[in-house]
Design a protein around this ligand. Structure first.
Ligand SMILES: [Zn+2]
Length: 339
C-alpha cells in the first residue's frame, strides 16, 4: 500500500467507525484491509484477468456464439520455422502493418457454438492450460454465454490439434461434454491414433499425446466421417475440405435461410501476414504445399462470395470477411454488434 493509500484507508476507517458505531468494527476492518474508494482517497484493488468472453450473432435461424479460449504468444526465434518462406525484409513491414504484439507471433484461440434449434454444437472447443498456460477458458466462456457443457450434443472438430481439441477433456479421463458426440474426419482420426503415422507429425510426441488425451474419454462416441465437399455433418452444417495443415483438416459452412457463414480451423493463424502472403508455406503443416492450396482456395471462395467467416485464430470477436488486396487478401473484421 502506498503512503497516501494507507493514510486514506486509515481516514476511511476512522470516519466509518465514527459514523456507524454499531458496525464500526467491521467497517474499520474493511477499510484497513485497503478496500477504499476514490472518494475516501483509497484506490480499489486491481481486478485481475478478464472474465470469460463470448459474442454472438445470427446466421439465418442459427445462433452463432464465439467463445474466447485464450491466446498463444510465440517468440521471434520461432518465426522462420513457422514461415520458412519469409525473409526479414518482408515480414518486418508486414508485422508492423499488423501492429504485431512483440515478441513473436501472437494468436488468439477461440471456439464456436451453434444453436440450430435442433442441435447445440460446438466447432472446436479450445485448449487447456496444461498444454498452453494462456488457454483453456472455453468452458467458463460457454457457461457465461448461457449454456452448460451438458447442453452440448455435438463437438465438430476441424482437426485434432491441442488448442482446438483439448477442451474435450483436461485429464484424459473425464468428458468435459458428457452428452456429446464427436465428429471428426476419418483421415484426421487415423492420423492422430495410428502409430504408423507418428513420424509424420511435425510437432512430435507432445502433440500426439495431447490429441489422444483429448479424444480418449469419448471412445464409442466418436463419429468419423469422410472428408468430402458438402458433407452435411449435422443439419445445416456442411464440410469444406482444407487438407494440408493436417491430413483431415476441414472447415464448415453454416447455412440457414439464405445466409451462410464459413468457420475454419487453421486456414490462417496470422490474418494480416498470411492473407497478404497466402502462398507462404506454414512450417508446422503436415503437408505445407497442400496447405497453401487449401488456403488460397478458401480465401478465393470467401472473397468471391463475400461470405461471412470466422476461424479459431481470427481476432476477437471472431467474425469478419475477406476481400482481395493486390496479389493477396485483406481481412475486414465485422464490428461487434449488440442487437
Ligand atoms: Zn490452431
Amino acid at each position: 500500500m502506498t503512503e497516501i493509500a494507507r493514510r486514506g484507508a486509515l481516514m476511511a476507517a476512522a470516519t466509518a467507525a465514527a459514523a456507524l458505531p454499531l458496525i464500526g468494527t467491521a467497517a474499520a476492518q474493511t477499510a484497513s484491509s485497503g478496500a477504499g474508494t476514490a472518494a475516501t482517497g483509497g484506490v480499489p484493488p486491481q481486478r485481475g484477468p478478464n472474465p470469460p468472453r463470448f459474442h454472438r450473432l445470427k446466421v439465418g435461424d442459427v445462433e452463432v456464439t464465439t467463445l474466447l479460449d485464450g491466446a498463444m504468444q510465440g517468440v521471434n526465434a520461432g518465426i522462420p520455422t513457422f514461415f520458412p518462406d519469409s525473409r526479414p525484409e518482408e515480414i518486418v513491414p508486414l508485422r508492423e502493418r499488423a501492429f504485431a504484439i512483440e515478441p513473436g507471433l501472437h494468436q488468439p484461440v477461440g471456439a464456436y457454438v451453434l444453436n440450430t434449434g435442433r442441435n447445440l454444437a460446438m466447432i472446436d472447443c479450445g485448449g487447456h492450460s496444461s498444454f498452453i498456460p494462456t488457454t483453456g477458458q472455453t468452458l467458463d466462456a460457454l457457461r457465461a454465454s448461457g449454456y452448460t457443457p451438458e447442453h452440448v450434443d455435438t463437438v465438430i472438430l476441424t482437426h485434432i490439434h491441442p488448442e482446438h481439441a483439448l477442451g474435450l477433456s483436461y485429464d484424459g479421463v473425464t468428458r468435459n461434454f458428457p452428452n456429446a458426440e464427436i465428429i471428426v474426419t476419418q483421415i484426421d482420426f487415423q492420423f492422430w491414433t495410428d502409430p504408423a503415422m507418428e513420424s509424420r507429425v511435425p510437432q512430435g510426441q507432445r502433440f500426439i499425446e495431447a490429441a489422444r488425451r483429448a479424444i480418449r474419454p469419448y471412445d464409442g462416441r466418436i463419429r468419423t466421417v469422410e472428408m468430402r465437399e458438402g458433407l452435411e455433418v449435422i443439419p445445416g452444417v456442411f464440410m469444406v475440405p482444407a487438407p494440408g495443415h493436417t491430413p483431415g483438416h476441414v472447415s464448415f459452412r453454416v447455412t440457414s435461410q439464405n445466409q451462410s457463414m464459413l468457420i475454419w480451423g487453421d486456414i490462417a493463424h496470422q490474418m494480416v501476414i498470411q492473407l497478404a502472403r497466402p502462398r507462404w508455406r506454414v512450417g508446422v503443416d503436415v503437408d505445407p504445399a497442400m496447405g497453401v492450396e487449401s488456403r488460397v482456395r478458401t480465401l478465393t471462395m470467401l472473397a468471391e462470395e463475400r461470405l461471412l467467416m470466422g476461424g479459431v485464430h481470427v481476432p476477437w470477436p471472431g467474425f469478419g470477411r475477406v476481400i482481395r488486396d493486390g496479389e493477396g487478401f485483406l481481412y475486414v473484421p465485422r464490428p461487434a454488434q449488440f442487437t
